[in-house]
Design a protein around this ligand. Structure first.
Ligand SMILES: Nc1ncnc2c1ncn2[C@@H]1O[C@H](COP(=O)(O)OP(=O)(O)OP(=O)(O)O)[C@@H](O)[C@H]1O
Length: 244
């Protein structure tokens, strides 16, 4: 079966300094795929090249066999994106923002249901400025789901969420997966990656250093716990010791 997301020999530099080099991965329908790596490893750059908000220097990135640069309109209806930082008018309410977002799509999902699932229905009439960081983060996930997309991109999925909110988001994503929706996420939490991801790709300084399942990642390392294996792949442990 054709992959939903395809990345081949993808390269992008900033001012001559490579941010990603020769990335290759495929994400199949209904798969949850985790793009992992330390700060600055190249995750956001990869996401932006796949989404067409940045142009790669060379290589291919496609979603649903469409070119994100030239087929932007077609992709718009099928792809949901959770933005890490989004600028909205402070006074706009949750309801207004959901209505505006809903109006942009031909067959949007019911946002009241989403707000209820993610524990935000009681904030329906609150201005965005009055939401806590974690509530905003959940709202951004909801906005990504309003298009009723086939593919969802979630950057730093649960950063800033408390334990209960993280678990709410996890079960929400597993429900999406059951519906056959394809999810590409980035996360710095290895328990989350272990709970959600079918396949992962670990980046280090723009290069892919591991690709496969979490189980494979553990088995190909000297460790038994995924977090230890991840640190071993990325050498974060070493870097941490150096800065102590
Ligand atoms: N607009 C830009 N101009 C110059 N360099 C950039 C730009 N955006 C990113 N970089 C550099 O490219 C590299 C990869 O950055 P990127 O944001 O893709 O990493 P990341 O893995 O998403 O990091 P984080 O986990 O901190 O979000 C970094 O060295 C970063 O400094």
């Amino acid at each position: 079966m054709e992959p939903i997301i395809k990345v081949e020999k993808l390269c992008k530099s900033y001012a001559g300094i490579p941010a990603i080099e020769n990335l290759e991965f495929k994400v199949g329908k209904g798969e949850v795929f985790g793009l992992l790596g330390a700060n600055g490893a190249g995750k956001s750059t990869t996401l932006e090249c796949i989404l067409g908000t940045k142009k790669q220097d060379s290589g291919i990135a496609s979603i649903l066999n469409l070119n994100p640069q030239t087929d932007r309109k077609k992709l718009y209806e099928k792809v949901g994106v959770q933005f890490q930082e989004a600028n909205y008018q402070d006074k706009i309410t949750v309801k207004e923002l959901c209505n505006v977002t809903q109006s942009l799509y031909k067959s949007p999902a019911d946002y009241n249901e989403l707000l209820s699932q993610y524990g935000l229905l009681e904030k329906l009439n609150s201005p965005i400025s009055e939401l806590s960081g974690g509530q905003k983060q959940r709202l951004f996930i909801i906005l990504a789901l309003i298009p009723d997309p086939e593919v969802v991109f979630l950057d730093e999925l649960t950063t800033g969420l408390d334990v209960k909110a993280r678990k709410t988001v996890w079960s929400g994503l597993l429900r999406l997966k059951e519906k056959g929706i394809t999810i590409l996420l980035t996360s710095h939490f290895m328990d989350e990656v272990e709970a959600l991801c079918d396949n992962i790709c670990i980046l280090k300084k723009g290069k892919m250093i591991f690709s496969g399942t979490v189980k494979d990642a553990i088995e190909s390392s000297p460790y038994k716990k995924f977090e230890d294996a991840y640190l071993w792949y990325t050498d974060e442990e070493e870097d941490k010791n150096e800065t102590i």
